[in-house]
Design a protein around this ligand. Structure first.
Ligand code: C2E
Ligand code: MG
Ligand code: MG
Length: 719
């Protein structure tokens, strides 16, 4: 604390004496004093008036003057508190004792006798001026200190933090109102006590030791700890404890300023929970799973044990979510989480790693062959059985099945990421039955193998590449001619998509189309196909080439997208293509979709004048009944039948039956995949209308297809 000292200034000494000569003498003497400015008055009334209006540092006043006399002047000056510290000297005759007494009563500081002794006068005046300066400085410092103390105590009293002050022995001397409010203790209950009673038994020994060491060394201590309120409840405090020293450096007190941070602590705990747990099921999330897996790997590595990681994927969850709503979906996930937890032991971890993906980590102590140890197979079977039992959600029985991919440490990965990836890579293969099925059933779990790993990587690479394929102009269309079985004339073509990836080379549609469907990328890709077909049709027309109708494959995923009708309408309009030239090929899977939207869309497109073909007929559900419900023009018999018509009488008979049946429904029939003249002859005999296949041509680029039509002698436009 540093006091603000007044800067040295010139001091004003006032002299009032009706004797002009005496006044002159005193003024001259005062002028000899350094930093002194004398001001003189012979008229006492005038002098008194000046003194009332101004500040000054010394007053010398003669007693005997016409009124007001010296006493009256002194009384008037002393009546003003601003002049309380100013020394006042009265000049009197040498033996005037009564006057001196009265002057003292009125507030005079000192006396001088006339005639004035110059040396004594100067010495006294200098002392008085010095004492006046000191008094004034002291008064100013004292005022400043008073202000500071008032401010500080106000700050402490009104502080939103708790303030507790102890003496040097650590006994409480003061607590502020916030302390009272926070702890519930009144000052009278704590003053004289040690603060330790506020934190009984809950200060960690190392925190206490740290605090003690800091204070003994005279340092501040900062930290957080829990305290008790008077009612016994606990709260968190963040504290700064500091020693206070006197001018000599001795510690006189300690002050603790603390803040109630209980809310912040609770919030932090909630954030931490949210970062580590899935809020829907309360299970650890992927982050915490990775943590736990790291620890489990460290233990297993040290103890030379195995570790099993299972990825559990629910098969029908999305369907439940779509048909019964998200609330039912959430309830199902919670129920699944519960069943999973019911199957594992306390040392295992169940986590939710994705929408409908769960993971189980099982440390296996001892060799896998030991009878007491639960094998991964047994556990997987148990989980499948548990999840296979029906769930009752909102009064409805729901069946889901699980597919489980299993990876083991150390063989299938040595990091959490690798193990999880390996287990996930085995999931798609589970339920395929390729490994054979335990107890005659399909096996819904699968151990990871290297072959699965490379397939998973390939999958990933295709998915990544597909996201950029359109932008990088890696997609192209080829046209597969459609031929009239009887005349052999080219009547149109089917547009087929080709993708040549910069990284992967040519990728067959059978590999990338399912992925484009699963990721939704088929929507923009399909729109590009329709636009490109219409553009090619316009370009051929401009060159005078009549190509007939062009069929476009549209997947079920595209059919449920609301933008499809707009995409088709815009492409037809932009390129002025007659709608009858465009044929939409859909597969049998679409027929299972009985949603009002799909039906309405098909009817709207039909009303626009588009044609419809049912593709790959015979491979899926082949439900004839459905065919009558949708407005189809063409039925395409799947290539797998045509391939066998020459060798398998059943396929030949089936093909004949399909053709006959289609004709009764007024559908044209296209045979796919015709490779030999034998097959073609058979189809002719059956009465099949059209054919496609390598016998006539491979799928052709747009220009080659135009050339193919021109050179086709049987085509009406051929040259
Ligand atoms: P799809 O619609 O049944 O197409 C016929 C497939 O059979 C084509 O295979 C074609 O090249 C092949 N093919 C035709 N004739 C013969 C033959 O005589 N012998 C043999 N061995 N094969 C023949 P691709 O181009 O690989 O297409 C496979 C599937 O990919 C298509 O089957 C279709 O479902 C899908 N696809 C192709 N392009 C598109 C498209 O633009 N959009 C959608 N959504 N799917 C498409
Ligand atoms: Mg097709
Ligand atoms: Mg087909």
């Amino acid at each position: 604390m540093t006091a603000r000292l007044p800067p040295p200034a010139r001091q004003r000494a006032v002299v009032i004496d009706d004797s002009a000569s005496a006044l002159r003498q005193m003024i001259r003497l005062l002028e000899a004093i350094e930093d002194c400015t004398p001001i003189g008055f012979t008229d006492s009334g005038q002098g008194m008036g000046w003194c009332r209006a101004n500040s000054f540092d010394l007053l010398v006043v003669d007693y005997q003057m016409p009124p007001p006399d010296g006493l009256a002047v002194i009384e008037a000056i002393r009546a003003d508190p601003r002049h309380a510290l100013v020394p006042v000297v009265m000049v009197t005759a040498a033996d005037d004792r009564d006057v001196r007494y009265m002057a003292l009563q009125s507030g005079a500081t000192d006396f001088l006798t006339k005639p004035i002794d110059g040396i004594e006068f100067v010495a006294r005046m200098r002392n008085l001026l010095a004492s006046c300066r000191a008094h004034k400085a002291l008064a100013e410092v004292s005022q400043w200190l008073t202000d500071e103390v008032r401010k500080t105590s106000l700050v402490i009293r009104q502080s939103p933090s708790s303030v507790l002050i102890t003496d040097s022995d650590g006994l409480i001397e003061y607590v502020n109102p916030t302390f009272v409010e926070t702890t519930g203790y009144q000052p009278s209950e704590v003053i004289g006590e040690k603060p330790g009673f506020l934190v009984p038994n809950i200060l960690a020994p190392e925190t206490y030791e740290d605090l003690r060491a800091a204070l003994t060394a005279g340092r501040d201590w900062r930290g957080t700890f829990q305290s008790h309120r008077k009612d016994g409840s606990l709260f968190w405090e963040s504290a700064v404890v500091s020693p206070i020293r006197d001018a000599a450096g001795t510690i006189t007190n300690y002050v603790a300023i603390t803040e109630d941070i209980t809310l912040r602590k609770e919030y932090e705990a909630r954030l931490e929970w949210q970062a580590n747990y899935d809020s829907l099921t309360g299970l650890p999330n992927r982050m915490l799973l990775q943590d736990r897996l790291s620890q489990a790997i460290a233990h297993a590595g040290r103890d030379h044990c195995q570790l099993v990681v299972m990825m559990v994927d629910l098969d029908r969850f999305k369907a439940v979510n779509d048909t019964l709503g998200h609330e039912a979906g959430d309830e199902l996930l919670r129920a699944v989480a519960q069943r999973l937890q019911g199957e594992v032991s306390v040392t295992d971890t169940v986590a939710r790693t994705g929408d409908d993906d769960f993971a189980v980590v099982m440390p296996i102590v001892g060799p896998l062959t030991a009878p007491a140890v639960t094998s991964p197979e047994t556990m997987a079977e148990r989980i499948c059985t548990a999840l296979g039992a029906p769930f009752v959600i909102g009064g409805t029985e729901i069946f889901v099945s699980a597919r489980i991919g299993i990876a083991t440490y150390p063989g299938d990965g040595q990091t959490p990421q690798m193990l999880l990836r390996s287990a996930a890579a085995a999931v798609p293969a589970a339920g395929g039955g390729a490994e054979g099925g335990g107890r005659g059933a399909l096996r819904h779990w699968r151990f990871f193998t290297q072959a699965l790993d490379s397939r998973a990587r390939q999958h990933q690479a295709i998915e990544t590449g597909l996201r950029h394929a359109l932008a990088r102009q890696e997609m192209a269309l080829v046209y597969h001619p459609l031929v009239d079985v009887r005349s052999g004339r080219v009547l149109g073509a089917e547009a087929l998509l080709r993708w040549t990836s910069a990284e992967l080379g040519p990728v067959p549609p059978d590999q990338f189309i399912p992925m484009a469907e699963a990721t939704g990328l088929i929507i923009p890709i399909g729109a590009w196909v329709i636009e490109t077909v219409c553009r090619d049709l316009a370009a051929w027309r401009a060159r005078g080439i009549r190509t007939g109708r062009i069929a476009v494959n549209v997947s079920s995923r595209q059919m449920i997208d609301r933008s499809l009708q707009d995409v088709i309408g815009r492409a037809l309009h932009t390129h002025a293509v007659p709608p009858g030239q465009l044929e939409i090929e859909v597969t049998e899977r679409l027929l299972l979709d009985t949603s009002a939207h799909t039906k309405a869309l098909l009817e709207d497109l039909r009303a626009m004048g588009l044609r419809f073909a049912i593709d790959d007929f015979g491979t899926g559900y082949s439900a004839m009944g459905y065919l009558t419900q949708f407005p189809f023009d063409v039925l395409k018999v799947d290539r797998s039948f045509i391939a066998k018509v020459m060798h398998r009488p059943q396929d030949a008979a089936l093909t004949q039956a399909i053709v006959a049946m289609a004709h009764t429904l007024d559908l044209e029939v296209v045979a796919e995949g015709v490779e030999t003249t034998g097959q073609l002859d058979f189809l002719k005999d059956c009465g099949c209308d059209f054919a496609q296949g390598f016998l006539f041509s491979r799928p052709l680029a747009a220009d080659d297809f135009a050339g193919f039509i021109r050179t086709d002698r049987r085509h009406p436009d051929g040259c």
